[in-house]
Design a protein around this ligand. Structure first.
Ligand code: ADE
Length: 352
């Protein structure tokens, strides 16, 4: 499977070195990529999605046709890139991975489309950030497998239709709502990835520990899973961090006590919240009486950008029921007050 570029680090690396753009980056060098499951058997969780995909893939194989274009959305770290890689393996085709912010100029997207071979998968991460020109190049490419190119100027301008091989576009986004409807309508399948259960994350932790040769008990894996915010990417990072503690401070083996003590030192609490999450909740409670308060105000006060708060912190705080989104801004829920050990406002007034 030829992979061009990874998902998360791409934008940063492009900024540092624009040559990286959409060139090949060694897939297996990166930690996350080295432990990514490559087929359905090793991919844990997202059961409903896997079952649907198995049918879709089998049908496409029997028809001898490429797969429909697919859009995966949901919070970061739930395996959008991973599932695209699994689909490629299962179909026995190549996947080219890129990210919308690196498709700035028309020639970037045209270059990638022209490099595709029949049946191949093009994966575009953060597809909601595609610019208008790139989007318009994609429409006929997705619908009719053609590239409409204009040559010459005004009166002498000619439109050239270049046929493309039949490929499958897999788009991924944390913000499905920001996709334009013409683009959204061109996907044959749209699927939301769900947060993982503690049991599923414990399996992810055991699998990763096995690959990395880390010694761990089932209780240790469960303790890490509980603090991983429903997210396998976080679970995998925590296994490594806890393993560092286990080697330096304990006998190398991760059990429940080692996991809990290490995560306490890392200031990751029983809900998996870190300092930023707790700072966000405390800010709303202390400065805005629990809210509602606008996201821009929260971001400015925390010196974070709005996108990081919206994409990284909020989804889990909302899912865990610690934060609420209202038309007038964000509010800390009674559960959020309780989690931080604060008095819930209605209880406070009832005291008087
Ligand atoms: N690592 C990251 N996501 C995973 C998954 N869904 N299954 C197994 N290992 C993973």
């Amino acid at each position: 499977m030829a992979i061009i570029s990874d998902d998360e680090g791409l934008e940063k690396r492009v900024k540092r070195n624009p040559i990286v753009k959409s060139e090949t980056i060694e897939y297996d060098n990166l930690f996350e990529n080295s432990i990514r499951p490559k087929d359905f058997d090793s991919y844990i969780g997202q059961t409903a999605l896997k079952e649907t995909l198995k049918i879709i893939l089998e049908a496409a194989k029997r028809r001898g046709k490429p797969l429909d274009h697919m859009l995966f959305y949901g919070p970061p770290g739930l395996g959008k890139t991973t599932i695209a890689g699994v689909i490629a393996t299962q179909m026995g085709v190549e996947i080219k991975i890129t990210s919308a912010p690196s498709l700035e100029r028309p020639r970037d997207i045209i270059g990638i489309l022209m490099s595709l071979k029949g049946g191949e998968i093009l994966f575009i991460d953060e597809i909601h950030r595609l610019n208008k020109v790139a989007e318009e190049i994609l429409y006929p490419a997705m619908e009719d497998f053609t590239l409409d190119m204009t040559t010459g100027k005004s009166q002498t301008a000619k439109t050239l239709r270049v046929p493309l091989p039949k490929f499958t576009l897999i788009g991924a986004t944390t913000k499905a709502g920001e996709l334009s409807s013409p683009l959204r309508d061109r996907f044959g399948m749209i699927h939301r990835l769900e947060f993982y259960s503690v049991d599923e994350l414990a399996q992810v932790v055991m699998r990763t520990a096995g690959i990395l040769d880390i010694s761990i008990t089932e209780e240790g894996a469960k303790a890490i899973a509980k603090r991983s915010r429903g997210t396998p990417r976080i679970a995998n990072r925590l296994v490594k961090r806890v393993s560092d503690f286990a080697i330096v401070k304990y006998d190398g083996k991760i059990d429940e006590t080692v996991a809990n003590e290490s995560l306490d030192i890392l200031k990751i609490d029983e809900f998996g919240l870190d300092n930023t999450d707790r700072a966000l909740l405390s800010l709303i409670i202390d400065k805005y009486d629990g809210g509602p308060v606008g996201i821009e105000t929260i971001a400015a006060a925390l010196s974070e950008d709005v996108r990081t708060i919206e994409d990284v912190c909020e989804p889990y705080l909302l899912q865990a029921g610690l934060l609420q989104r209202t038309p007038r801004g964000r509010k800390v829920s009674p559960e959020g007050f309780r989690h931080l050990g604060r008095i819930i406002p209605s209880m406070q007034t009832s005291l008087f």
